[in-house]
Design a protein around this ligand. Structure first.
Ligand SMILES: Nc1nc2c(c(=O)[nH]1)N[C@H]1C(S)=C(S)[C@@H](COP(=O)(O)OP(=O)(O)OC[C@H]3O[C@@H](n4cnc5c(=O)[nH]c(N)nc54)[C@H](O)[C@@H]3O)O[C@H]1N2
Ligand SMILES: Nc1nc2c(c(=O)[nH]1)N[C@H]1C(S)=C(S)[C@@H](COP(=O)(O)OP(=O)(O)OC[C@H]3O[C@@H](n4cnc5c(=O)[nH]c(N)nc54)[C@H](O)[C@@H]3O)O[C@H]1N2
Ligand SMILES: [Mo]
Length: 774
């Protein structure tokens, strides 16, 4: 431990907060005392092992480990506490003293565990031993690593690779991802989807279509120069809280922020910096959004169309608004866009967006006056049937004034998991055209498969129709996170082989196939000791910076293995020996894996090992940032919208649009607790948020239990019963409920047209009140 870690030990403060019920709490702003209290309550519940706070102090700092929570960038000059409420929760959740041991499994059948909640399953603690499912007793029983690798290898060899899937959740390192992807291709498939297929695949496909780049173009210093930020559908306060510091700095410089979100998310309204003694004691808080527009779910296409329409009017009236030189030189399709928007009426725009013309004109006027504009977005744009069009519209707006590819401007999707973007960079992809297959062929002397693999939606469909027979899950809770999860659950038990590599028990582990294995791995904060000593791993953040990460904690159990070692162990037992594929050497020294990554991707990873611990990370580069457009036309492309909503099916008559939400007390399907502090919601998660006028119109009363049913007519009935009506400030004609509880309502076939990202944010539903009393 070094001096910096010793100084300002916050433990006393947490203890104080925890013991003093009068501590000021939830003071309207995000951050502030409420967020410290949030951390304190996880500390109290999880009873983390001694020294967990010391581990937190190393989080996101050069030479320390990188937080496993969000993908927001890690600055070169970190704060003393370069972690947030939710990053701390994620680490503390990993470092619990709870253990899910063979004794636990001996006491509970799998059928019984299926009756447990997501929260209770994970709360049993860290998995400690490799386990094999035993059909006779319906229990997981202890096994050895050798037996597991042999059994899985034999299982995979008996299957057709094309009917087998290697899924990866976005936490695993670049080193693990590279080996896993190589293993998949040596074995014989491109069925390598990752969690990104449920979130930013719309970006990977949609943003690439129009700019040629599948990732955002901004870097951190752009936020020192921008004068306007347009913020769409991303809940910063809960899902990437450290980003609020950057936004606060932008505001203090005088940058304007305009937010489009159906929900007034506290973090985007105002913020008290929990790391600023002044703001913590006396305020004032920072107002984040200058203008907060509660757009209807799916209404962003129309909203942006309105803004563009007005920008074009301003150009016609006064000139000098468009960057003509940029448009002429760099883009394609401007005239079609202008013609199309000329045909669109303000009435249509107001109806689809739920916003008033005057509001959108204010946005346009400000946009036309701003020199450097950044567009930010999250799941509110990507998880729609026309999600790709949402992105196309935002790019349209930015292109009008040359706001892509220069300092202080650009498009910046906020990615989900801490390495989800990086996994794609090093080969986790079902799209073979995105992977340097010829390079792999040269380096390793084999013929990589060329057929397109399965997306997550196609995997789910394949499990349902029986064409997927083997499933290996490197992290994640796939069966729970997908749409239509309830309908698909039983089908998992028809799999020939189901392998789950995990840190904690979750529902996906409870639908064992004919042969099933549950393999426990290290978490990122833990020491990864291999033949040549402790190993570092690496990840790529939302701004394409690559960071090294070194875990130092004693592992939760002596039987844990690293993800790298587990992937190599399974691979060695599955694919024939190949002198160029050095599984044992790679496991012994991850520096050699980084050499292999560098050899495969020399442009992005030159001098990888030497640059591993560059403060703030090293930059992967981005062609669109340099105005090199790797699109079909070689230009940045405008998109003329054929439709004005991103909803696949607009609600009709009595129908409403359902938005599924994350609370502030969950990380995906990991449910830490039941307090959605930033939305002022507390208690069980089986709620349906409805606005008071909508409630009055439908005769609903607060606390009433209702059944929600899906209004997509595809021959399958989908409903969730017993949801409690809670009045909440939402636009008309929409309701909101939590994910994953609401996932049975979302048809697996209801997804973004181009990328197949599930349309989790815009599902047509009906409310039924008959027979819904609990
Ligand atoms: N603490 C915590 N951090 C996380 C996660 C977590 O679960 N917990 N998950 C991680 C992962 S994997 C991901 S992908 C990211 C997700 O982070 P986000 O991108 O923030 O995703 P969500 O919380 O699902 O919802 C985003 C926002 O979209 C808004 N919204 C819904 N529909 C629309 C719409 O039609 N238009 C607009 N403009 N807005 C809309 C919602 O009100 C919500 O505020 O966060 C990552 N970080
Ligand atoms: N309705 C609705 N559904 C959604 C969404 C939505 O907004 N609405 N969002 C979608 C999105 S964006 C995503 S990304 C998915 C993700 O949803 P999940 O699959 O739930 O995401 P994870 O957080 O990856 O999975 C959690 C599990 O990963 C395991 N785990 C945790 N850390 C590690 C580790 O270091 N290594 C390994 N091997 N395992 C680990 C633990 O066992 C834990 O139970 O959900 C999607 N589903
Ligand atoms: Mo995600």
């Amino acid at each position: 431990m070094n001096d910096r870690e010793d100084s300002g030990d916050p433990r006393n403060r947490y203890e104080e907060l925890r013991q003093n019920p009068d501590t000021p709490y939830y003071d309207q702003a995000t951050g502030g005392w409420g967020s410290l209290r949030g951390i304190a309550s996880v500390l109290a519940d999880q009873k983390p092992s001694a020294g967990a706070m010391r581990t937190l102090m190393r989080q996101n700092k050069p030479g320390g480990h990188m937080c496993t929570s969000c993908a927001w960038t890690k600055p070169a000059e970190p704060h003393l506490f370069e972690f947030c409420e939710n990053g701390a929760k994620a680490t503390i959740w990993d470092l619990t003293l709870g253990r899910c041991t063979p004794d636990f499994f001996a006491e509970h059948t799998v059928a019984e565990l299926r009756g447990w909640s997501d929260h209770d399953l994970e709360e049993t603690g860290r998995l400690t031993h490799p386990m094999r499912y035993d059909h006779a007793s319906d229990r997981y029983v202890e096994t050895t690593w050798d037996e597991a690798f042999e059994g899985i290898g034999a299982g995979l060899k008996a299957l057709d690779p094309k009917g087998t899937v290697f899924y990866m959740s976005g936490k695993g390192s670049l080193e693990t991802a590279y080996l896993y992807a190589l293993f998949g291709r040596l074995y014989g498939h491109n069925n390598l989807p990752d969690s990104s297929n449920m979130c930013h695949e719309t970006t990977s496909v949609g943003l690439k279509k129009v700019t040629g780049s599948p990732v955002g173009t901004c870097i951190l210093s752009d936020f020192d120069h921008c004068d306007l930020i347009l913020f769409f559908g991303q809940n910063t306060g809960s899902n990437s809280p450290r980003f609020l510091h950057t936004l606060q700095e932008c505001k203090e410089r005088g940058c304007k922020i305009i937010t489009f979100n159906p929900i007034r998310e506290r973090g985007l309204v105002e913020f008290a910096n929990p790391q600023s003694p002044v703001q913590m004691t006396t305020g004032p808080t920072t107002t984040i959004s200058d203008l907060y527009l509660q757009v209807r779910p799916g209404g962003d296409v129309a909203a942006i169309a309105g803004v563009i329409k007005r920008v074009l009017e301003l150009e016609a009236m006064q000139g000098g608004v468009l960057d003509r030189a940029f448009i002429d030189e760099n883009t394609k399709g401007f005239d079609e866009l202008a013609t199309r928007l000329g045909e669109v009426s303000w009435e249509e725009i107001e109806r689809e967006s739920g916003l008033r013309r005057a509001e959108l004109e204010v946005v346009a006027d400000l946009y036309a006056r701003s020199e450097k504009v950044i567009g930010i977005y999250g799941m509110g744009l990507t998880q729609h049937v026309h999600g790709w069009l949402n992105i196309g519209m935002l790019v349209n707006l930015l292109l009008l004034r040359g706001n892509i590819g220069r300092e202080g401007a650009g498009i910046s999707p906020v990615r989900g998991h801490s390495n989800v973007q990086g996994q794609r960079t090093v080969g986790i992809s079902e799209k073979p055209e995105l992977v340097p297959l010829d390079k792999l062929k040269d380096l390793y002397g084999f013929e990589p498969p060329r057929e397109t693999g399965r997306t997550t939606v196609e995997v789910a469909e394949g499990v349902l129709d029986g064409s997927v027979k083997g499933f290996v899950s490197l992290g994640g809770n796939f069966a729970r996170a997908i749409p239509d999860n309830r309908r698909i659950e039983a089908a998992w038990q028809r799999l020939e082989l189901n392998v789950q590599i995990a840190t904690k028990l979750n529902r996906s582990h409870l639908f064992p196939g004919k042969a099933s294995w549950l393999l426990p791995c290290l978490v990122r904060a833990e020491e990864d000791l291999q033949a040549t000593g402790p190993q570092a791993v690496s990840m790529e953040d939302s701004l394409s910076m690559i960071h090294g990460s070194l875990g130092k904690r004693k592992p939760a159990s002596p039987h844990l293995r690293s993800e790298v070692a587990i992937v190599a162990g399974i691979a060695k037992a599955t694919v024939p020996p190949n002198p160029k594929v050095r599984w044992d050497d790679w496991v012994g020294d991850y520096g050699l894996i980084r050499d292999a990554i560098e050899a495969t991707y020399p442009d992005k990873f030159s001098d990888f090992n030497r640059r591993l611990f560059t403060p703030g990370g090293f930059y992967k580069g981005n062609a669109a940032r340099d105005r090199t457009w790797k699109t079909e036309s070689g230009k940045a492309e405008f998109t003329a919208p054929k439709v004005l909503s991103s909803l696949g099916q607009a609600p009709e008559g009595e129908e409403l649009t359902l938005v599924t939400l994350r609370s502030n007390d969950q990380f995906n399907t990991t449910i830490y607790g039941f307090r959605d502090r930033l939305r002022g919601l507390d208690g069980p998660r089986d709620v349906l948020l409805v606005n008071p006028e909508e409630m009055a119109r439908r005769g609903l009363s607060e606390g009433q239990r209702v059944t929600v049913e899906c209004a997509v007519a595809d021959g399958t009935e989908r409903k969730v019963a017993g949801l409690k009506v809670v009045p909440y400030d939402l636009p008309d004609a929409c309701v909101a409920a939590y994910y994953p509880e609401a996932n049975p309502l979302i048809p697996v076939g209801y997804h973004d047209e181009l990328s197949k990202t599930p349309a989790y944010k815009g599902v047509p539903v009906r409310i039924r009140t008959d027979g819904a009393t609990p």
